[in-house]
Design a binder for this molecule. Sequence first.
Ligand SMILES: C[S@@+](CC[C@H](N)C(=O)[O-])C[C@H]1O[C@@H](n2cnc3c(N)ncnc32)[C@H](O)[C@@H]1O
Length: 301
Amino acid sequence: MDAVAPIPQSTGQVTLGDVMAEARRLLEQAGIESAEQESLWIVEHVLRLPAHHVITDRERLLVSSELVAVRGLIERRVGREPLQYILGTQEFCGLEFAVNPAVLIPRPETELLVEYVTQRISSERPAIIVDVCTGSGCIAVSIARMRPHARVIATDLSTPSLTVARQNAARHGVGDSITWLEGDLLGPLAGQELEERVDVIVSNPPYIAEADWAALQPEVKLFEPRGALVAGPQGTELHERLLLEAVRYLAPGGAVIMEIGAGQARAMRRMVEQMPEYRFHRLVYDEAGLERVVIVERVGT
Ligand SMILES: C[S@@+](CC[C@H](N)C(=O)[O-])C[C@H]1O[C@@H](n2cnc3c(N)ncnc32)[C@H](O)[C@@H]1O
């Protein structure tokens, strides 16, 4: 990364137009591609102004507290902190989710998981759906909103993640419809009398191989939780463990719907071929044409 000019300290007569230009320049110097758009979002966020005001009121003078706040957020972004952590929010399936560094920022391609779960479960059906590795709760909350008759259970190893997930569920009016369980994969389901009763297990588990960690972009590597991203030497370790644990809970014909990383589909197919309890149902590609979701079904009727 090139050296980035220091954030200006003066708080004299600075207009909205000045601060926008300054923010854009600093973000460009830091190598941020969408510098103009991100400057706009940051200024909009601090001043609580709709975007068109930021663009049309360019002569408006900023008071010093506004200027200090904008510059503080720009400085964080120059340090490559993801914009979503700075603004505290990310959209997923048309809903705003609160995010902080305790949780992975939901990605648009993960919406495919929600799409394929809702395809299998009709809106009237009182199905049982388990979201494993729930993080911010984006998958569980989206499904609970779309399938109000389903019983949704969500698990995660991380206590701070579950706190964020619960807040997101409350924010979207499904706080009472999701059961949150803390623990390793399906471990917390023990004792819940769910054996052979679960219709769908959905999961976006960590799937980065340890060796690939170093090459991740700074936003991910320096700020997102490593435990949400890295699985082990292969990257598919959690998928395998989840499939093995899921045998006990899935109803016959039930499905495991999992996100995978680019290049992992072959390994997943081979893994499933060695598990007689399953058949490989489908591989789904994302908009970029990358392997993204595998759907595996429990054999039996
Ligand atoms: C890739 S993030 C997915 C978060 C969210 N579902 C999403 O799609 O944005 C993986 C999540 O799995 C959790 N996790 C990692 N290992 C786990 C394990 N062994 N059991 C349960 N959760 C785990 C992490 O805490 C993290 O919240």
